[in-house]
Ligand binder design. Structure first.
Ligand code: PLP
Length: 367
């Protein structure tokens, strides 16, 4: 039996939407992208959503929108995808990498406070795998030290805190639409913010710096130097089609995740990442923590079950040991434990209970 880690949700209706764009001939960013942005903003209850080419480019221009650059410091967690940290270097700021809490693999809030200096301008916490952050705690730090928070929400579309969707807790939140995410456009990203001025700036910046308000073909004006991070109508049609099913897709993921939890609960060598009080995990990735991780991974993969590590511990990679651009603040024990113990199991909308039972049997045989 071959069981993939993830499968994108593509149905006939989505294919039809893409075909309509192709036949319509307007392939670059346009009305379909605008609709996708509106639907996305409405879903996460954010005032503004700006589609971009990836979460990485979205994080980069979020930093630019806040005028963060040379001379500034930005704090990021060690246990994350490299993009969280590289964007800081790309805008010319200095990246300070701090440890995570091994019980939930999220940024360690005490470590943030220890790493703050007069140069610190922002924090990029990551709601990793769809696990929401402690926004109360983060906002307390933000207020106390007068910082910006840019949430790397790459994995957390649909996650909630205190009954509210992730997407408006930070100054700016950035989502990924890469195929590992359950709403995917192949490649793509979405920025959300409550601040209309930043939204206007971001929208203009990703359109080559074009004045977007009252813009017409005849009267195009470039107000600033910008770039091209637009998301095409073709890709937006996929996202738009998927957004119509997001509630069902999320319900299914939560059900399957709950079933994994129940089936694995009795095994002492397995534990589950902690979720903040009043938080709701969206299970973009279903992860367990186990000292048997490598053994399980090496046994299941040859048997056709695609399992995966969680993510990366940046401090172990040469790129992040370059002291000109990065400061490694702390011993990274939490991150190292997460790196060694986190295992991602298959989870997608049409994973059957029989397939799930098979995965659980194979995992628990080794525990
Ligand atoms: C936490 C995190 N941040 C950023 C990214 C980068 O996202 P993208 O591929 O959309 O640039 C990823 C990708 O998986 C991620 O997991």
């Amino acid at each position: 039996m071959k069981i993939p880690l993830i499968k994108p949700f593509i149905n006939g209706d989505i294919k039809k939407k893409v075909l309509e764009v192709l036949e319509g001939g307007f392939l670059t960013e346009g009305a379909v992208t605008k609709k996708f942005e509106d639907v996305f903003a409405n879903y996460v209850q954010a005032k503004n959503a700006i589609a971009v080419t990836s979460c990485t480019t979205g994080l980069e221009i979020a930093l630019r929108a806040l005028s963060i650059g040379p001379g500034d410091e930005v704090i990021v967690p060690d246990y994350t995808y490299p993009a969280t940290a590289t964007v800081v270097t790309i805008v010319g700021a200095h990246c300070v990498i701090v440890d995570v809490d091994a019980t939930n693999m999220l940024i360690n809030y005490d470590a943030i406070e220890t790493a703050i200096t007069p140069k610190t301008k922002a924090i990029i916490p990551v709601s990793l795998f769809g696990n929401p952050l402690d926004y109360n705690r983060l906002n307390h730090i933000k207020e106390k030290y007068n910082l910006f928070i840019i949430e790397d929400a790459a994995c957390s579309l649909g996650a909630e805190y205190k009954g509210k969707k992730v997407g408006s807790f930070a100054d700016i939140s950035v989502f990924s639409l890469h195929p590992r995410k359950f709403i995917t456009t192949g490649e793509g990203g979405m920025i959300t913010t409550e601040n209309n001025d930043w939204a206007d700036w971001l929208n203009s910046y990703k359109h080559f710096g074009m004045a977007m308000k009252n813009a017409s073909r005849e009267g195009t004006q470039f107000d600033m130097v910008g770039t091209n991070y637009k998301l095409s109508n073709v890709l937006s049609a996929i996202g738009l089609g998927q957004m119509e099913h997001i509630d069902d897709l999320l319900t299914r993921r939560k059900l399957l995740a709950g079933r994994y939890n129940d089936l694995l609960a009795e095994f002492v060598k397995i534990s589950f990442p902690k979720i903040v009080h009043e938080g709701m995990h969206s299970f973009q990735s279903y992860c367990i923590l186990t000292p048997m991780r490598d053994k399980i991974m090496n046994t299941l993969r040859p048997q056709g079950i695609e399992v995966q590590i969680g993510t990366y511990a940046l401090h172990l990679h040469p790129a992040f040991q370059d002291k000109r651009y990065f400061t490694l603040a702390g011993d990274m024990k939490g991150s190292t434990t997460s790196l060694n113990n986190c295992l991602t199991l298959p989870l997608f909308h049409d994973l059957s209970e029989m397939e799930q039972d098979y995965v659980v049997k194979k995992v628990t045989e080794l525990c």
